[in-house]
Design a protein around this ligand. Structure first.
Ligand code: E4P
Length: 219
């Protein structure tokens, strides 16, 4: 499963990239606005920080013609860019156009299998299925992810299911369990993936024993 970091903060991207396990970055208009920097400048810096990674950058218009102009502009910035498009009627139409032109897309704000079906049929590269925002309203966001993964396999769609709106490591574990292709998450959640109390206890014991014995690696 690919791991993406969900941020518009280039320092966070740098930190995640340093671990050597990062496959890409997702941004959205809110995250870019929060970064306090320009859209193009931020996305291009992120591309440099994650060589070869897929970097999602979102259109902000909601009518087809303007969305198309924005998508072509954004895609022209860097070959690593994946154009993020909301799951609305002109968005699905746009994904079909971009897919036919060989421009990769990430369909965002997907909450149901019926929406995911439209995205897959339009040729989406990634389908961003949001889970946390569904959990927030007392439903189980992972249900739609599991059903979408099944749908993609059953009908042989090329789209990859990207679990978005990840709120905690259990969402990552559940993403793995249902065979999602990608999970994107804030840096703080990615940091939590490292943690296990037995790792800390075990490491401390190894180091205490080593030091007590006065052992050395060098010299
Ligand atoms: C995904 O690409 C979105 O940017 C993101 O995961 C949304 O997460 P949120 O629901 O925590 O805002």
């Amino acid at each position: 499963m690919k791991l993406f970091v969900d941020t518009g903060d280039t320092e966070e991207v740098r930190r995640a990239s340093d671990w050597g396990v990062l496959d890409g970055v997702t941004t959205n208009p809110s995250l870019i606005a929060k970064s306090g920097k320009g859209f193009r400048e931020t996305v291009l810096q992120i591309c440099e920080l994650v060589p070869g990674g897929d970097i999602s950058a979102e259109v902000v218009a909601t009518d087809y013609d303007t969305m198309l102009k924005e998508a072509i502009e954004i895609a022209s910035w860097h070959p690593q860019i994946v154009v993020k498009v909301p799951l609305i009627e002109p968005g699905v139409q746009l994904v079909r156009t971009l897919s036919d032109r060989g421009i990769r897309t990430n369909v965002t704000l997907v909450f149901s299998v019926s929406q995911a079906l439209l995205a897959a049929k339009a040729g989406a590269t990634y389908i961003s299925n949001f889970v946390g925002r569904v959990d927030d309203i007392s439903d189980d966001g992972m249900d739609a992810v599991a059903a979408t993964v099944d749908m993609v396999h059953q009908y042989g769609f090329d789209s990859q299911v990207l679990v978005a709106s990840v709120r905690h490591p259990l969402h990552v574990v559940q993403s793995v369990a249902c065979g999602a292709h990608v999970a994107t998450m804030p840096l703080k959640i990615m940091e939590m993936l490292f943690k296990h109390p037995l790792t800390d206890i075990g490491l401390q014991r190894f180091l205490d024993d080593w030091n007590k014995a006065g052992l050395k690696i060098f010299g």
